[in-house]
Design a protein around this ligand. Structure first.
Ligand SMILES: Nc1nc2c(ncn2[C@@H]2O[C@H](COP(=O)(O)OP(=O)(O)OP(=O)(O)O)[C@@H](O)[C@H]2O)c(=O)[nH]1
Ligand SMILES: [Mg+2]
Length: 346
């Protein structure tokens, strides 16, 4: 249980940029306990108000998702980009959605991590989060964790996501920019990567362009360049999604990445586009939260008696899924009765 004095202390410490307070706040927003939820909502309300003010008139900070197939080199790249961003004067935070920690309680800061260099830099904040139950390979509370990072003065936030399942495009709703990291293989393997993932990418990077891998990387890159040219125009006017080759291991090809980023941020429409994107994401966040909250109120289909009874009714065929939704609304006092009656009559 966290009381309001403690929340105010947390807020003060976060304002000072304390990484300890940041870690604690993220733990709070990740907690599933109802009492923590209340405290977290109180905290996030204050955080959000400040962030909205700070983003006016010009949006501040920069966040990127790093997506891509397993083993493409996402963590290695984040480690490198993170260190380079620190050297450029940014404060860097990394949130890694860790599929294993949910089961084992393990941490990517163990020997599995490829972010050793960043993790040892004093100014950086690296945090693994369990993947939880959220779709999209993103932890349930990732959006809130990102907001907390920004509030604590981390102006460069990167999120590593798991795999390339069909729901991973959800992560692009959380960040300013999505980097898709691919391996150099023969071009026709585009099939293996779902089109939606490529469509959600703002920049495509073909990694491991080193040693014997150079030719394959170049070939893959030219294949993607042709494919990307056929995609609908990007929401940011003047931006054509580029494909670059690089080696996160040998640290080559990064200059092109940084200059691409500069070109992007210098586009005349950049600020209005980013402002609009962030506004739209707030709507997403509201809807996602509303879903989660309703689901939680219903005991996630298990905990509450009403939820259990209704689910049992769906399972046995007593209620259609549609009738069950209106029954649920009714149980929550949300004028479901009319709809329910209409279904019964129909
Ligand atoms: N040759 C070469 N190997 C690389 C490069 N980048 C990463 N690797 C290696 O590829 C392996 C996977 O790298 P990670 O950074 O862990 O890849 P990842 O995409 O984060 O992997 P998951 O998180 O497990 O999906 C490691 O052995 C890296 O050392 C690169 O540019 N060139
Ligand atoms: Mg990784």
């Amino acid at each position: 249980m966290v009381d309001s004095t403690e929340i105010h202390r947390l807020l003060d410490d976060l304002r000072q940029g304390s990484r300890r307070a940041l870690a604690r706040s993220i733990t709070l927003v990740e907690s599933r306990r109802a009492s923590d939820r209340e405290a977290a909502d109180f905290l996030m309300d204050k955080v959000d108000r400040t962030l909205v003010q700070r983003d006016n008139p010009n949006p501040l900070g920069w966040s990127m998702a790093v997506t891509g197939p397993p083993g493409a080199g996402k963590s290695t790249l984040i480690d490198l980009l993170g260190c380079q961003a620190l050297d450029r004067g940014h404060r860097v935070a990394v949130l890694a959605i860790d599929p294993s920690s949910a089961k084992s309680g393990g941490s990517i800061l163990g020997d599995k991590t490829r972010m050793q260099r960043l993790a040892t830099r004093d100014q950086a904040f690296v945090r693994p989060s369990p993947a939880g139950t959220m779709l999209g390979g993103t932890a349930r509370a990732t959006q809130e964790a990102m907001d907390l990072c920004r509030f604590a003065g981390f102006d460069w936030v990167m999120v590593e996501t798991v795999g390339v399942g069909q729901n991973e495009t959800e992560v692009s709703n959380l960040v300013d920019w999505t980097l898709l990291v691919l391996l150099g293989r023969s071009g026709d393997e585009l099939q293996g990567i779902k089109r939606g993932i490529v469509e959600a990418a703002d920049t495509v990077l073909v990694n491991k362009a080193d040693g014997d891998g150079i030719d394959a990387a170049l070939e893959t890159c030219s294949f993607y360049r042709s494919a990307l040219a056929l995609f609908p125009p990007h929401a940011l006017e003047g931006w054509q999604v580029p494909c670059l080759t690089l080696s996160a291991l040998k640290e080559t090809g990064l200059d092109a990445f940084w200059s691409t980023l500069q070109t992007l941020q210098n586009l005349p429409g950049f600020d209005p586009w980013l402002r609009a994107k962030r506004s739209e994401q707030r709507i997403h966040q509201y809807r996602r939260k509303l879903n989660q909250t309703l689901w939680a109120v219903m005991g996630e289909g298990r905990g509450s008696e009403v939820g259990q009874t209704i689910e049992e009714g769906v399972r046995t065929g007593q209620y259609s899924p549609a009738a069950a939704v209106s029954k649920t609304m009714e149980a929550l006092g949300l004028q479901g009765e009319g709809i329910h009656k209409a279904i019964q009559k129909g």
